[in-house]
Design a protein around this ligand. Structure first.
Ligand code: C5J
Length: 225
């Protein structure tokens, strides 16, 4: 059972995020070796994977905070079945040095169960935490996430993970459409492109927080201490 507190207003942009203990889950998107370490999918697409590494420590801090309170945690992995039956042909198009399903330095690229598909050790799930393997960018598409959150009575989501403008933003938009009140923690998300991270955070907070809010990790930690 988590520690119950009254609703807490977290300083955020464009306005305060109403954190409701017992109804708020942390969703950590795709902190996988395939995106963050050399030799995986991110690198095969020509990206400088070192750019994602600054998110590791803030994500670990968020995990520690939620674990200390006993609040729900969701980890996602972008992954495909070994026979790629859940990978649309369009997703294997383009000219990366390695395509989804090809053999890379950390096993088959973006394939479920391969070493590269695992979450980096500093952010690894603990027993009892929710793990979602997702074939798409969004965490709700073709997964049981919505059903699991409904059963737990979750109405508010705090997002972290990589990459800001792809899987984090897509998942947050899916959540927003489903009625969840959403927050993304700024230091706990990264992009291969700093300008895209800045733009994604700016889009999220635009128009009165049209899909959610953004907050600094320190403001979350201070308010929830
Ligand atoms: C990408 C992701 N960038 N997790 N996936 O393909 O953002």
């Amino acid at each position: 059972m988590g520690i119950e507190m009254d609703e807490v207003a977290i300083q955020a942009l464009p306005d305060a995020f109403p954190f409701v203990p017992g109804k708020t889950a942390l969703v950590v998107i795709d902190m996988q070796r395939d995106f963050i370490e050399p030799g995986g999918f991110g690198a095969a697409l020509g990206n400088d994977v070192s750019r994602l590494q600054p998110a590791i420590e803030p994500v670990a801090k968020l995990l520690a905070l939620f674990r200390a309170k006993g609040w729900p945690i969701v980890h996602t992995r972008e992954s495909h079945l070994p026979d790629l039956s859940d990978c649309p042909p369009a997703k294997r198009k383009g000219k990366p040095s390695l395509r989804i399903g090809d053999q890379g330095k950390m096993g088959r690229i973006l394939v479920r169960g391969e070493p590269g598909n695992a979450i980096v050790p500093a952010c690894a799930p603990l027993p009892g935490e929710i793990e979602i393997d997702k074939p798409g960018k969004g965490a709700f598409y073709a997964t049981a996430l919505g059903t699991i959150l409904d059963r737990k009575g979750i109405t508010h989501l705090v997002f972290a993970g990589v990459t800001t403008e792809v899987c984090v933003q897509t998942s947050m938009r899916e959540a927003n459409d489903r009625g969840y009140v959403c927050l993304v923690v700024e230091e706990a998300t990264e992009s291969y492109f700093p300008e895209y991270k800045a733009a994604a955070l700016s889009m999220i907070r635009a128009q009165g927080g049209i899909v959610g809010r953004t907050a600094k990790l320190a403001d979350l930690e201070k308010a929830l201490a």
